[in-house]
Design a protein around this ligand. Structure first.
Ligand code: ADP
Ligand code: MG
Length: 703
C-alpha cells in the first residue's frame, strides 16, 4: 500500500528507465553518439558499441536491484511476453560473475513454438528471434531489466505487433518528408504521435471470484440489469471512492517511475468504470507504455482487493470500455495537424488534413478490421460506443472550410466568427482552431490539432490500428508528393490547393458531423456506400482484399504471407474465445443456474403443499403462478441449452477459420444471447438466497 506522504513526482519520474538522461550520464561520449544515431536515424549499431551499452545498462540495472534481464515483446496473443534470464555467469572456481553482453542485448532466441503464427512458422523453423528496439527505452520492472524487442521468424517474417508498427513509422516519415520538402522544408524527424485513453472497470475481488464467467472470459455471460444503472450520470467525474483513489495513486507512482506520463484520471460514465489518460508520445513508446499501464493496473488492483476488468463489454446494457487512439504527426516537435499561423502553414495543414481524410475513406475497411475482436463486437454500436461505421467528424469551422473548398466558394468563406476570409492560394487565411468538439458519437473526430479514433477496444494492443493508419496516410502523402513532383512556388501552391479540393470532393462521403448513434445515420451511411461490418467475422475478410495486401506490400509493412498469418491468428483467437464462452455458459447453466432454480421451485412447491395442508381455503394462485413461471423457464433454458450444445459442437469442428467464425457469429452467439435472456429473466424472480452468483447490483455497487 502507498504511504500517506505526498510523492515528489520529479524525484521518482523515470527512475526505472534507461533513458537519454541516464545514457548521456553513463555512456562514453562516442558510444552515446553512436547510440543516438541508431535511435534517431535508424543507423545500424555495431557489436562493440552494443557491448559497451549492455555493460552500462547492466551496471545501472543492478544498482536499481535488478538480477535478471528479459527481451520484452508483443506476440500476436495481444499481451506482452517475457522470459527472465539471470545476469549470473558461474566461474570455474565456484564463484559467479554478473554479465550481460552486447549480443544478449541485441538479439534473443526464445523458443517460439507456442506463440500464434497463423501457419507462418510451420513452413520454416520453430525458432523465432527477438531483436532490440532501441527507440523504446529499456526499463526495470520487478527487478528485471526489460528490453523492448521486435519478434520475428528466422526468415524475418514479423510474428509480433511491434515490427509492422515500426515499419509503418518509417513509411510515414519518408512520405511526410517528401511532402514537407515541397513546402521548402529540410528533412526532419517525423513521428506519428499517440495518446491512448484507457478505460477500465474496477470491481471487488470477492464478487469476481464467485463468477466463473468473469474469471474465465472477463465478461459477464449472464446478469439482469441492476436496479440503478448510469441514468443519473452521477458516476462520471464523481468523487473517487477512497480504495479506488488509493489504487490510482499507487498506479500513478508506479507508472511515473517507468517514465510513463500518466496525466488524467477520473470516474467514467458507467458505475465502477474509470479512465486513465497519459500525455501523448511517439506511437511506438506510447503503445509500449499503454501495455505496461494495463499490466500494472491488473497487478496492482489485487493489492486493494479489487480486480481490473479491461474487457470491452464486461456488463451488458452498461457502457463498455474503449481505448481512444489520439493520433497526429509531429515534425521535429511541430504538430502537422495544427492549423497554422500564416497562409502557407494553413495550406500545409490542409494537405495533411485532406490526406488523412482520403486515407480513412479509402481504407475504412482495414481500420474497422483493426479494431475487430470478440469483445469489441459487443461494444461497437452498443450503448455509448461509436457505431461500426467509420466516419470523420470535423467540427463546424473545418466543415465550413471543406464545404467552401469543395464548392469552389472559398473566396466567400465566412468563418464562424464572422470574419470574411479569402482562401485564395497566396492569401490563405489564419483560420481558427476549433477546439469545441462535443460530438462524442463520432468514431474518428478531429479535436483541434489531432484526430481521435474511438473505435479501438480497451483490451486491444493499438499497434495494428496505428500501423494501418500510418500506412494509409503514407499512401495518400505519397500520391500527393508524386503528383506535385517538379512543381514549386506559386505553381505548386495552385496545384496543391487543387489536389486538396479533388481529395475533399472525392472523399466527402466519409465526413459526417451528425449523431452517429442514430438509426438514420446507418441508413444514410449505406446510401453513401460506407461499410458497416457488425461482427469480427464480417470485418476480417477485408484484410485479405487485393487492395489491402497491395497497400501493405507497397510500403513493405507486411508481405502477403504475413498478412495471411495475421488474418488466421485473429480469426482463430475469435473462435477460441467464443468456444470458451459457450463452454463456460453451459457449465454455469448446468451446474449453477438450473440447480438453483430447481431448488427454489421446490421451496415454492413445498410452500403450496404445506399451506394448503393447514388451510385448504388459502388462495395459492400467486404461488402456482410463480411455480409455473419457474418450470416453464426451466423448460426453455433446457431446450436452449440443448440447442447451444449442438451448435457449439458442430461449429467448433469446422476447420476453416472463416467459416467457423461466420457460424459462431450467426448461430452460436444468437443462441448464447437467447439462453442468457431466459436465465436473466428468472434471476429477478428467484429468491436471492438461491441465486448462485453475485448480481449486477452486487458487482457494480460495492462499498
Ligand atoms: P478527451 O477525454 O477530451 O478525449 P483527454 O485529455 O482525456 O481528452 O485525452 C486526450 C489525449 O490526446 C491525451 O492522451 C493527450 O495527450 C492526447 N493528445 C494531445 N495532443 C496530441 C497529439 N498531438 N498527438 C497525439 N495525441 C495527442
Ligand atoms: Mg477521448
Amino acid at each position: 500500500m502507498t504511504t500517506d506522504a505526498p510523492t515528489d513526482v520529479s524525484d521518482i519520474y523515470g527512475t526505472m528507465v534507461f533513458n537519454e538522461h541516464v545514457m548521456a550520464e553513463r555512456l562514453p561520449s562516442v558510444t552515446y553518439k553512436a547510440l543516438m544515431r541508431t535511435i534517431q536515424n535508424g543507423e545500424p549499431l555495431d557489436i562493440e558499441v552494443a557491448n559497451v551499452v549492455a555493460h552500462s545498462m547492466k551496471e545501472w540495472a543492478m544498482e536499481q536491484g535488478a538480477t535478471h534481464y528479459t527481451h520484452w515483446f508483443q506476440p500476436l496473443t495481444g499481451i506482452t511476453s517475457e522470459k527472465h534470464d539471470g545476469f549470473i555467469d558461474p566461474t570455474a572456481d565456484g564463484r559467479a560473475l554478473m554479465r550481460f553482453s552486447g549480443k544478449e542485448l541485441i538479439q534473443g532466441e526464445p523458443d517460439a513454438s507456442s506463440f500464434p503464427n497463423g501457419g507462418l512458422r510451420a513452413t520454416f523453423e520453430a525458432r523465432g528471434y527477438t531483436a532490440w528496439d532501441p527507440t523504446s527505452y529499456a526499463f526495470i520492472k520487478d527487478q528485471v531489466l526489460c528490453i523492448p524487442t521486435a519478434f520475428c521468424s528466422y526468415t524475418g517474417e514479423a510474428l509480433d505487433e511491434k515490427t509492422p508498427l515500426l515499419r509503418s513509422l518509417a513509411a510515414i516519415e519518408e512520405q511526410a518528408n517528401r511532402v514537407l520538402s515541397l513546402f521548402g522544408e529540410p528533412k526532419q524527424r517525423i513521428v506519428s504521435t499517440v495518446g491512448c485513453e484507457q478505460e477500465y472497470f474496477l470491481i471487488s475481488e470477492e464478487t469476481y471470484t464467485q463468477r466463473l464467467d468473469l474469471m474465465l472470459t472477463n465478461r459477464t455471460l449472464f446478469g439482469y440489469a441492476p436496479c440503478k444503472g448510469q441514468e443519473l450520470d452521477d458516476h462520471y467525474f464523481g468523487a473517487i471512492r477512497p480504495t479506488v483513489s488509493a489504487f490510482m495513486k499507487e498506479l500513478d507512482d508506479e507508472l511515473w517511475k517507468l517514465g510513463i506520463p500518466a496525466k488524467t484520471k477520473h470516474n467514467e460514465v458507467a458505475p465502477a468504470q474509470h479512465e486513465l489518460a497519459p500525455i501523448f508520445e511517439n506511437a511506438n513508446r506510447a503503445i509500449d507504455h499503454n501495455l505496461l499501464t494495463m499490466e500494472k493496473m491488473r497487478l496492482l488492483a489485487s493489492r486493494y482487493g479489487l480486480v481490473c476488468l479491461q474487457h470491452e463489454k464486461p456488463f451488458a446494457g452498461i457502457n463498455g470500455s474503449g481505448k481512444h487512439d489520439n493520433w497526429s504527426l509531429s515534425a521535429n516537435g511541430k504538430n502537422l495537424l495544427e492549423p497554422g499561423e500564416n497562409p502557407m502553414e494553413n495550406l500545409r495543414f490542409l494537405v495533411f488534413l485532406a490526406c488523412v481524410i482520403e486515407a480513412v475513406d479509402e481504407y475504412q475497411d482495414l481500420l474497422r478490421m483493426s479494431v475487430a475482436s470478440a469483445g469489441n463486437d459487443h461494444r461497437l454500436g452498443a450503448d455509448e460506443a461509436p457505431p461500426a461505421i467509420v466516419s470523420i467528424f470535423l467540427g463546424d469551422e473545418l466543415s465550413a472550410i471543406v464545404d467552401a473548398l469543395v464548392n469552389d466558394h472559398e473566396s466567400e468563406y465566412i468563418s464562424a466568427h464572422k470574419v470574411a476570409m479569402d482562401l485564395g492560394v497566396s492569401v490563405l487565411p489564419n483560420f481558427l482552431k476549433d477546439n469545441t468538439d462535443r460530438n462524442r458519437t463520432s468514431p474518428f473526430a478531429f479535436t483541434g490539432n489531432k484526430f481521435e479514433f474511438r473505435m479501438p477496444g480497451s483490451s486491444q494492443n493499438l499497434s495494428e490500428t496505428n500501423m494501418i493508419l500510418n500506412t494509409a496516410v503514407a499512401k495518400s502523402l505519397k500520391d500527393f508528393a508524386d503528383s506535385m513532383d517538379g512543381r514549386s512556388g506559386e505553381e505548386f501552391e495552385q496545384a496543391a490547393l487543387e489536389h486538396v479540393k479533388e481529395l475533399l470532393k472525392d472523399h466527402q462521403r466519409i465526413i459526417f458531423d451528425g449523431n452517429g448513434y442514430s438509426k438514420e445515420w446507418e441508413e444514410e451511411a449505406a446510401r453513401r456506400g460506407l461499410s458497416n461490418y457488425r461482427t469480427t467475422a464480417e470485418a476480417m475478410p477485408s484484410l485479405l482484399q487485393p487492395k489491402s495486401v497491395a497497400l501493405l506490400e507497397e510500403f513493405e509493412i507486411l508481405s502477403e504471407n504475413e498478412v495471411r498469418s495475421r488474418y488466421e491468428v485473429k480469426l482463430e483467437k475469435y473462435n477460441k474465445l467464443i468456444n470458451i464462452e459457450a463452454r463456460t455458459m453451459k457449465r454455469m447453466v448446468r451446474q449453477q443456474y438450473l440447480p438453483a432454480i430447481s431448488s427454489f421451485a421446490d421451496e415454492v412447491a413445498q410452500n403450496i403443499f404445506h399451506i394448503e395442508g393447514v388451510d385448504n381455503q388459502a388462495d395459492m394462485g400467486p404461488h402456482r403462478e410463480l411455480l409455473g413461471k419457474l418450470t416453464a423457464g426451466m423448460r426453455r433454458i433446457h431446450d436452449l441449452l440443448t440447442q447451444l450444445d449442438e451448435a457449439h459442437h458442430r461449429v467448433r469442428a469446422i476447420a476453416d477459420q472463416q467459416e467457423c467464425a461466420d457460424r459462431n457469429a450467426t448461430e452460436v452467439i444468437p443462441l448464447m444471447d437467447a439462453l442468457r435472456a431466459e436465465v436473466d429473466a428468472l434471476e429477478i424472480v428467484v429468491a436471492r438466497k438461491y441465486w448462485p452468483v453475485p448480481s449486477y447490483n452486487d458487482l457494480l455497487f460495492y462499498a
